[in-house]
Ligand binder design. Structure first.
Ligand SMILES: [Fe+2]
Length: 612
């Protein structure tokens, strides 16, 4: 037996992943345990869970891998500081204590984290090697071109290469400070959202705006080459030397200072969002074409790195790019690096064979903890909750589908927790996609977040073409691709709609599944299959039987700023603190109206999470 533990930590999204004899046995993000979103602390809880899942003790692990090289990263910080000195002294000094204490003594920290019982080597891969490994090794492809795009690791901010059999080779990279991830984050910051967290909002905002700043971005901010590489004019940015992303020259370009967080979103922010989205897609597309050329024309592409969560950009690569198939690591951000380094050690360093699986080896990304009925019952009894138990799964899904058809909002926890930022039917809040009020109810009364944010659909895989313009044989099991709603389902709108500006478009239903149709008629799709998704598939199937509609709205089980729930306890607290109607914990169903303690301090609950 060989057991390999992969770790990512100390930057953002700490995680642990365990690979036993080449199989991914467990993977989880530390934030789910500590309830601190994007927690970057040493993943003590995630490690403990992974070992428990495989019934292993620290001394039984053969290799521990860490997802980047701290000395190289330190070198970058130091060099960047020296280039800009004495500017940047403040950020440098702030970063130093943690570096000196933890990051440069990582092997010691890791041994300590494993209670001193791991005495073997710790292996470090480069940051983009970890991303690349997480993209290629679990993919269904025997060979593929590789593209990774993120903020920054050590020096690389993007890489291109190929994977064949059990090996990956990276041949090209773009280096700090030139970075698509940092460019996008600079705009995230400027539009008043939180960096490394609010990037999704910027993408969601784009369809409300006009891309009127595209030329300005190309003329002033970046010099884009045909191969997708580019140079950024650093005089507009501040991330090398300061504590903000953008500087005064940037403000001048976009007609005033950055929007302050929580102030109203104006047309300017929407137009900026639309513009940077256009530029991002162009860079992604050119990079993908370059990767295709370099691979000698391979037909498959694999993607990872935080930018690969830009599912609109991924959809563009698929539709307009040169590849027949693409596969994206669902934990595309740094959490996925933990999985990447573990698989890298297994295949690349130990030379173990790799057998691609027809669907992929990610197992629906359902790689986290699950809870037995007995545990759920013990908890519910302890707190005195009122519940209905459905021994029979068919009766359970029948009941829940019936509730959904009555426009009830359902909190749904079952099976293993998802690895990666998307909820895929293990820890989801779900509802009827046909409902015209559902988007607003979910945003304002369930998630307590901005009204403009779109919701995504889960759809039975076999019926995806009835609703969305996707290519044949192109499943999207991880909600990482965007596609337009089919013409026949679009609502016929007159010129009045086109004339509407910005958020005003939100209130006009745009299709017969309005809750999940974005203002530009697009949707970020999760295709659900019987093999991957088990009970979640059965639920949607039952909903289809009752209503004819194979689509439900699926959003992560949390409120704004909260990590996705892990346990029945987290789920119950979230349920009681929001206007959710029904809670399903495995085979237990709770109705809000029947619960004894209907008065919960909502403000207090919401206030514990830092707004993103
Ligand atoms: Fe990264």
């Amino acid at each position: 037996m060989s057991a390999i533990l992969g770790l990512s930590a100390f930057y953002h999204d700490s995680a642990a992943a365990l690979v036993v004899d080449g199989q991914v046995v467990a993977a989880a993000q530390e934030e789910r345990f500590t309830r601190i979103k994007h927690d970057f602390a040493f993943p003590r809880n995630a490690i403990e869970y992974c070992l428990k899942e495989a019934n292993l003790k620290p001394e039984q692990i053969d290799y521990v891998g860490f997802y980047d090289k701290p000395f190289l990263k330190f070198e970058r910080l130091l060099e960047t500081y020296l280039t800009f000195a004495p500017q940047g002294f403040k950020s440098f000094v702030e970063a130093m204590p943690l570096w000196l204490k933890q990051k440069l003594y990582l092997p010691r920290e890791i041994r300590r984290g494993l209670h001193g019982n791991y005495k073997k080597r710790v292996i470090f891969t480069e940051h983009h090697e970890s991303h690349a490994a997480s993209a290629f090794f679990p993919s269904p492809f025997e060979e593929a071109a590789i593209l990774t795009l993120d903020g920054v690791g050590e020096w690389a901010t993007a890489s291109v290469g190929v994977g064949r059999g059990n090996k990956i080779t990276l041949t090209h990279e773009l280096r700090f400070p030139h970075s698509l991830g940092l460019l996008y984050s600079a705009f995230t910051y400027f539009t008043g959202f939180r960096v490394n967290s609010g990037e999704y909002k910027l993408m969601g905002l784009a369809p409300y705006g006009q891309p009127k700043y595209v030329d300005v971005i190309y003329e002033k901010l970046i010099d884009l080459k045909p191969d997708g590489s580019f140079r950024m004019d650093q005089s507009y940015f501040n991330y090398c030397q300061g504590l903000t992303m953008t500087g005064p020259k940037f403000d001048a370009l976009f007609g005033g200072p950055a929007r302050s967080p929580e102030s109203p979103v104006t047309q300017r922010e929407m137009d900026i969002a639309a513009s940077i989205q256009v530029v991002t897609e162009e860079i992604m597309l050119r990079s993908a074409r370059f990767a295709h050329e370099q691979s000698g024309g391979m037909k498959n592409l694999v993607l990872a790195g935080g930018v690969a969560l830009n599912c609109v950009g991924n959809g563009r690569i698929l539709r307009d790019g040169p590849f027949e198939n693409i596969w994206i690591q669902p934990a595309a951000g740094d959490a996925g690096g933990a999985l990447g380094v573990a698989l890298f050690i297994h295949h690349q360093l130990l030379g173990k064979e790799r057998k691609p699986q027809p669907a992929d080896s990610q197992q629906g990304s359902l790689l986290g903890p699950k809870y037995e009925d007995a545990e759920v019952k013990a908890y519910l009894d302890k707190i005195g909750a009122k519940y209905h138990y459905f021994e029979d799964e068919t009766q359970l899904v029948d009941y829940v589908a019936g509730q959904m058809a009555q426009e009830k909002v359902i909190g749904w926890l079952q099976g293993r927790m998802e690895f990666g930022p998307r909820a895929l039917g293990g820890r989801s809040i779900i509802g009827d996609a046909r409902s015209t009020k559902m988007q607003s109810v979910m945003n304002l009364k369930i998630k307590f977040r901005e009204s403009f944010r779109p919701f995504a659909p889960s759809i039975l895989q076999e019926r995806v073409h009835d609703y969305f313009q996707t290519r044949p044989h192109e499943p999207s099991p991880y909600m990482l691709l965007v596609a337009p709603v089919v013409e026949s389902r679009k609502t016929k709108l007159n010129g009045d709609y086109e004339a509407l500006q910005g958020i005003a478009k939100l209130n006009v239903p745009r299709s017969d599944v309005p809750a999940i149709t974005h203002v530009d008629y697009s949707a970020r799709i999760q295709t659900v299959s019987a093999d991957r998704n088990g009970r979640y598939y059965k639920l949607i199937k039952k909903f289809e039987e009752k209503t004819g509609c194979p689509v439900v709205i699926n959003t992560s089980f949390n409120v704004r700023g909260e990590p996705i729930v892990l346990s029945p306890e987290h789920a119950h607290r979230c349920f009681m603190s929001t206007h959710m109607d029904v809670l399903v914990l495995e085979k237990f169903v709770l109705l809000k109206e029947e619960q004894p303690q209907s008065e919960v301090d909502r403000e207090q609950y919401l206030s514990q999470f830092k707004l993103d």
